[in-house]
Design a protein around this ligand. Structure first.
Ligand SMILES: [Zn+2]
Length: 427
């Protein structure tokens, strides 16, 4: 029997309304007990004094690039970067090569994860074949194989009839539908948020409305079909209001925000710096304010990073040519602490729920809790230690982060998956 006792921390588990000084005892990969002065004789001990001990953080929106784009990331390197960011579970989007639109690809991802990943990997299946937006993918067999949601992320499902059928199918299979909300006719050719900055830089803009019209359409279709519907990487203040409206009507509509969308505006982008190029684009102060409000008032349910590795040679091209997306894992907790907790906008237990019980509930994962008998996935983080993000030291294969050199106050200290310490600060 293997035994680990995490001693002397402040345990915050929103799923059980726990926020108090306590020890956590882990036996054979499961949570055994939470209590004071647990006897650690004969056990491995992790000294968590001065630190927060939380259920393992879940990132419900990531790109691991394998199969097909292993020069950008692999399931192994992505999982190591996730662990270094304090995440114990990650949900990978299907836009690989081949696309995860059938059970063979799903099985491959799960098998590779079992062999090489240091955190739990949950695949998300495509909505349509090859994510081409036309014919439904092999959703039922992928569900059998282990997908936890469907999405054509990277692309939206433009055809309203197709997404309606997908929602009906997803409802009967009890899977959430995750939409990348972007009307491609409105965003066509755009590289950044449409506004004064895009005009100044001479870049084509992506209007807020490109996101808004699809969120509006999909909320109406979610009502029509009764599907569980989730808005990926919400970035627009108007889309926020529509999600709030859907919730007020009692629809099963949820949303996630990325750290970069609550931490950065388009004014923070140094001219033509491709490390600030992502979809949806960084928007303006009013949108960032609305995202922070939405995180604080419960309109937004989860923080997800949209970790999107691209290697240097792709991101070094001229701005209009380089791909969208940035790394996300290792700066997520630091940014959440900086913008949500230290700024006084969100209490710590609420912040933890955005990374744990809420994404677990949206995806029906048996994670995100320290209940007795649950898998012993823990995220241990500090509130005050100062550190500087050095992307050159990331276990990721890519380096595309706008936060290189950023100084953080507080962040991840250790990551425990099924009772094993898979990453620790300076470890
Ligand atoms: Zn997306």
């Amino acid at each position: 029997m293997s035994r680990l006792v995490v001693k002397g921390g402040r345990v915050i588990d929103p799923s059980q309304n726990i926020d108090r000084a306590a020890d956590v005892a882990i036996e054979d990969g499961s949570v055994r007990d939470i209590g004071e002065n647990i006897d650690a004789t004969g056990s491995e001990v992790f000294d968590a004094s001065g630190l927060i001990v939380a259920p393992g953080f879940i990132d419900m929106h990531v790109h691991l690039r394998e199969p097909g784009f292993e020069h950008s990331e692999t399931i192994e390197t992505g999982s190591r970067s996730a662990a270094a960011g304090g995440f114990t579970s990650i949900c990978c989007m299907p836009n690989t090569q081949p696309v995860n639109d059938n059970a063979t690809v799903t099985h491959f991802i799960l098998e590779r994860a079992r062999e090489r990943a240091v955190v739990n990997v949950y695949p998300i299946g495509a909505i349509t074949k090859n994510s081409a937006g036309e014919e439904l993918a092999a959703i039922a067999s992928m569900k059998e194989a282990g997908i936890v949601a469907i999405s054509d992320d990277g692309k939206p499902v433009m055809n309203a009839r197709v997404i309606r059928r997908a929602m009906e199918f997803a409802r009967s299979s009890n899977l959430p539908v995750i939409q990348h909300c972007e009307d491609l006719h409105l965003s066509a050719g755009g590289d950044m948020h449409e506004g004064i900055q895009s005009t100044r830089l001479g870049l084509r803009g992506i209007p807020r409305a490109s996101e808004d019209v699809m969120v509006a359409r999909d909320i109406l279709l979610a009502e029509l079909t009764g599907a569980r519907y989730h808005v990926a990487h919400i970035s627009s203040r108007n889309a926020m209001q529509m999600v709030a409206f859907a919730k007020s009507k009692g629809l099963s509509v949820t949303a996630e925000a990325t750290p970069h969308h609550f931490a950065l505006t388009n004014n923070d982008m140094p001219p033509y710096d491709s490390n600030y190029k992502m979809k949806p684009p960084l928007r303006d102060e009013s949108d960032v304010g609305a995202i922070v409000d939405g995180l604080a008032n419960g309109t937004i349910d989860a923080i997800a990073t949209d970790h999107a590795p691209h290697p240097g040679d792709e991101k070094m091209q001229e701005f209009e040519r380089c791909p969208f997306g940035i790394l996300g894992f290792e700066t997520a907790i630091g940014l959440a602490l900086e913008r949500l907790y230290h700024s006084g906008r969100i209490g710590l237990a609420h912040m933890v729920s955005l990374f744990t019980e809420n994404p677990a509930r949206i995806l029906s994962l048996r994670r995100g809790t320290l209940k007795r008998g649950a898998a012993a996935d823990l995220t241990i983080f500090g509130l005050e230690h100062e550190w500087t993000y050095d992307v050159a030291r990331s276990p990721s294969k890519s380096r595309n982060s706008p936060f290189h050199g950023h100084k953080f106050r507080g962040g991840q200290v250790a990551t425990i998956v099924r009772g094993q310490i898979v990453w620790r600060l300076n470890g």
